[in-house]
Design a protein. Sequence first.
Length: 83
Amino acid sequence: MASNEYCFSKKYDLHIIDRVGGGDSFGGGLIYALMNGKTTQQAVEFAVAASALKHSIEGDYNMVTVAEVEKLAGGDGSGRIQR
């Protein structure tokens, strides 16, 4: 990716339960995705999906799985956590 390029993610319309931890979930998701071979665009999509899902969970700990994040980031999910 050239230094003058930008990545944008999908917009998620989810019911927000708790905003605490959303930024940390984005940062952790971005690092995880980049360290696991995703492209820059895929990493941004993964990080935003991780952050969006965190907003649907009460508390400061993101209890979602990689599979749940990938499902939402890939466009195949409503944002509802399946437990």
